[in-house]
Design a binder for this molecule. Structure first.
Ligand code: 3SL
Length: 239
C-alpha cells in the first residue's frame, strides 16, 4: 500500500537526537510509572500537568503555590505534595487542578521531545485509545521510551512494541527499522503475561523492593483509561 506512514521506536532518550522531529508525532512512554500516573491523573479529572525535569524547577513551582509531585529513586521527595504513584491521583482528588511533576526519567523524556511537532503521552493504560487516534492522524510516529537514566528498559520497549503492533495492523503504517521490529517482537513475547515476562526486569525489581507491586500490576494492565494527554507549551492537557 502506498503512502503508508512510518512508525519507529527510540529505545532511550540518549538516542533521541538521531531521529527526525519534523512532521511527526512523538509518543513519550514511561510505563513504570510516570506516564501511567499522568494518564490516571487526567482520567480522574486533573486539568493540566506541567512536567519539569529537575527538583529545582519543581521547588520553584512549589514556592509559587502549585501542587507539586516529585519522585526520585522511586520515592516521593520530601517537601512535595505527591509522589509518582498512579493511586495518588484517583478518586477525583485533584479534579480541575494543575499539577507540576518531576520524575527520574519520564518528565525528562517529555521535555526532551518538546521540539517535536506534537508530543503525546502513551502508556499501556491508554494503548488502544491512543493507537486509534494515531492511526487517524496520517503522520509518522516516533515512540520514545523513557528508559532508566538513559539506558534501555524492557517495560517501555514492550509498550512501544504494543503501539507498533496496533499501528501495523491498521495497514496504515510500515516499520522497516530494527528498533520497531525488535520492540514488536518483545511485545509479542510479553503480551500474554506482562508480570511474568518482566519478573527479572530491573525497574520491576526496584519498585517491588519498595513494596509497589500494586502499582506495577496496575501499570501493566492495558486499556484502563481513554485519555490522550498532549503537550501544549509547557503543560500537558487533554486533546
Ligand atoms: O523514571 C521515572 O520517571 C519514574 O516513573 C520512576 S518510578 O516508577 O517512579 O520509580
Amino acid at each position: 500500500m502506498e503512502n503508508r506512514k512510518k512508525v519507529e521506536v527510540c529505545h532511550t532518550p540518549s538516542l533521541y537526537h538521531q531521529y527526525e522531529k519534523e512532521n511527526q508525532i512523538v509518543v513519550a512512554i514511561d510505563v513504570l510509572r510516570a506516564t501511567s500516573a499522568m494518564c490516571t491523573a487526567f482520567d480522574n479529572g486533573v486539568e493540566k500537568i506541567i512536567p519539569v525535569s529537575t527538583i529545582e524547577e519543581a521547588k520553584a513551582y512549589k514556592a509559587k503555590g502549585y501542587i507539586v509531585a516529585a519522585e526520585r529513586k522511586g520515592e516521593m521527595v520530601e517537601g512535595f505534595d505527591l509522589g509518582n504513584s498512579p493511586f495518588g491521583y484517583t478518586d477525583g482528588k485533584y479534579k480541575g487542578e494543575t499539577i507540576v511533576i518531576t520524575t527520574t526519567n519520564g518528565t525528562r523524556a517529555i521535555n526532551m521531545a518538546k521540539d517535536a511537532d506534537t508530543v503525546v503521552i502513551g502508556s499501556l493504560l491508554n494503548l488502544d485509545y491512543l493507537s486509534d487516534w494515531l492511526i487517524k492522524q496520517n503522520k509518522d510516529v516516533l515512540l520514545l521510551a523513557s528508559g532508566w537514566k538513559d539506558r534501555f528498559c524492557l517495560e517501555d520497549t514492550i509498550c512501544a512494541g504494543a503501539f507498533v503492533d496496533n499501528l501495523i495492523k491498521s495497514t496504515k503504517f510500515t516499520c522497516d527499522e530494527d528498533s520497531s521490529i525488535a520492540a514488536k517482537y518483545l511485545y509479542l513475547s510479553a503480551k500474554d503475561n506482562y508480570m511474568a515476562f518482566l519478573k527479572a526486569s530491573s525497574h520491576r525489581r526496584r519498585l517491588k523492593a519498595l513494596d509497589l507491586n500494586k502499582d506495577i500490576k496496575y501499570c501493566l494492565t492495558p486499556n484502563q483509561t481513554n485519555v490522550i494527554p498532549v503537550l501544549k507549551g509547557d503543560a500537558l492537557e487533554l486533546i
